[in-house]
Ligand binder design. Sequence first.
Ligand SMILES: [Zn+2]
Length: 127
Amino acid sequence: MTKTEMNKFKKILENKQDELERIVRNRDAITIEKSADALDEVQHASERELAIRNLDRESNLLRNVRLALRRIEDESFGICLHCEEEISPKRLAAVPWAAFCIQCQEQADRNQEQGNDMLEDLLVNAA
Ligand SMILES: [Zn+2]
């Protein structure tokens, strides 16, 4: 990857980082406000859970964006962390913070799905 391309991704990632930091900060405030006047605990619990789940997703994304910026700094950006092959330019254009090539990502997603199922089973059995 050329320096120019790298700089282009750096700009995109920095913008995304700003945007996500704003969202995560605002969401924090909303979550606290909601729980403060939660009269109906059951109803608000599910709203809160949803807010927290969204926040989780955005926090995760923010972490991925930060890690991608770090990879730009040490010039390993665009290389799959798992198999060390180059990530396709098309994939990077769609997901600039991608840490894995499409094959490794699909494998990771499959593993994660299994992990989530297991977690849900545990929660159902516990309840
Ligand atoms: Zn890979």
